[in-house]
Design a protein around this ligand. Structure first.
Ligand SMILES: NC(=O)c1ccc[n+]([C@@H]2O[C@H](COP(=O)([O-])OP(=O)(O)OC[C@H]3O[C@@H](n4cnc5c(N)ncnc54)[C@H](OP(=O)(O)O)[C@@H]3O)[C@@H](O)[C@H]2O)c1
Length: 338
């Protein structure tokens, strides 16, 4: 099969189109014929040598896929061969075939193309795991999303608004990105490059602070974010692009009953991811199907153009998601019996 390989740490030029054997499926897995794959920030981190695949996981990058099931391991009841699904994977998405744990498969939302469906798993799983499970966002709370136009950010903004009626404040680096945050449901969009951005956020909450913060920056932003949390607030860290270390006041944690938490999804077992998949299909898929929640694709590249797609992420020029089209089925809307 055709696949993308990472040939050493470096820039997008280390991504090479190669021939690899079709993966063998193990117990509980299905073989997917990939029509489209999502491109995510963690793929770039993997290419730079900062986010290696967990033990036993393929070195082929790619964390979300959509396609048609080719074969299933004995005992797998759903999905069945011929079903159109999208799925979260721990690696292997940038390829014509991908082995997927069955619990991580989800039906393609009705009316979605394979390419649109491939944009959903990684960002909706991540936002669900971190804002809803770890962040415990409750009805009408306030959420601050750092990097609001990231794929994860747009998913978090929309789900918090539509499922919790939350007040959402998002940050972004450009006027165009801040407009996109508002278009996708944020109530306020703040330029984090302004030195007084924390004061702006605090003023938007009338001094009360925010209940939940979703952040991939960390470093020197961490104490600022703790200062922005309301009593019982939760700071959820999903990356540390600014720096891995921070100096914080531990006193503040117990005086104001703050929670500092975070996660990576990739190393979690299929059963954990399967629980997220079921909640998403039940609670979020209907909103995708009726258009209340949308995916935003800012660029589509062919599999062999993976380097060009990742260069867009390197330049931080994307809004929402980038997709790799792997087969000529990518723009097709599949039949989804239910
Ligand atoms: N822990 C997990 O399980 C998990 C899973 C997936 C993703 N993630 C993390 O979640 C975040 C969103 O992922 P994604 O794939 O949706 O990201 P993405 O589309 O690449 O967006 C990340 C956004 O963060 C902002 N940003 C500011 N400084 C940055 C920097 N130094 N490096 C990268 N981004 C920077 C950028 O927006 P501005 O231009 O507005 O600054 C950028 O659009 C990333 O931090 C990613 O690493 C974590």
């Amino acid at each position: 099969m055709r696949a993308i390989e990472i040939r050493g740490k470096g820039g997008p030029e280390v991504l090479a189109l190669v021939d690899r054997p079709v993966p063998q499926i193990g117990p509980g897995e299905v073989l997917l014929r990939v029509a489209a794959a999502g491109v995510n920030r963690p793929d770039v981190q993997q290419r730079k040598g900062l986010y290696p695949p967990p033990p036993g996981v393929t070195d082929i990058p790619g964390l979300d896929v959509a396609g048609v099931v080719e074969a299933v391991a004995p005992g797998v009841e759903w999905p069945r061969p011929g079903d159109a699904v999208c799925a979260l994977v721990a690696g292997g998405g940038y390829a014509e075939y991908c082995a997927v744990p069955a619990p991580q498969c989800m039906p393609i939302p009705r009316g979605f193309t394979f390419a649109q469906a491939a944009t959903l798993p990684e960002v909706f799983f991540t936002a669900w795991n971190n804002v809803f499970w770890l962040g415990r966002i409750a009805e009408r709370e306030t959420l601050l999303v750092q990097g609001g136009t990231s794929g994860v950010g747009l998913a978090a903004i929309q789900m918090a608004r539509h499922l919790r009626d939350a007040t959402v404040i998002a940050t972004a680096s450009s006027a165009e990105k801040r407009a996109a945050c508002l278009e996708y449901g944020a109530h306020h969009a703040v330029d984090y490059r302004a030195p007084d951005w924390p004061d702006q956020v605090r003023a938007l909450t009338e001094g009360r602070g925010v209940d939940v913060i979703l952040d991939g920056q960390g470093g020197d932003w961490t104490p600022l974010e703790m200062g922005l949390l309301a009593m019982d607030g939760r700071l959820v860290l999903i990356a540390s692009h600014r720096a891995p270390k921070a100096e914080i006041s531990t006193r503040e944690v117990y005086i104001r009953r703050l929670t500092l938490t975070g996660s990576t999804l990739r190393s979690r077992p299929p059963a954990y991811k399967g629980r997220i998949a079921r909640e998403l299909v039940e609670q979020v898929w209907p909103l995708l199907e009726d258009g209340r929640i949308r995916t935003h694709i800012c660029g589509m590249h062919r599999l062999e153009e993976a380097a060009a797609a990742q260069a867009v992420l390197d330049a931080n020029a994307q809004i929402g998601k980038l997709v790799l089209t792997v087969s000529d089925q990518a723009d097709t809307v599949p039949e989804v019996p239910r």
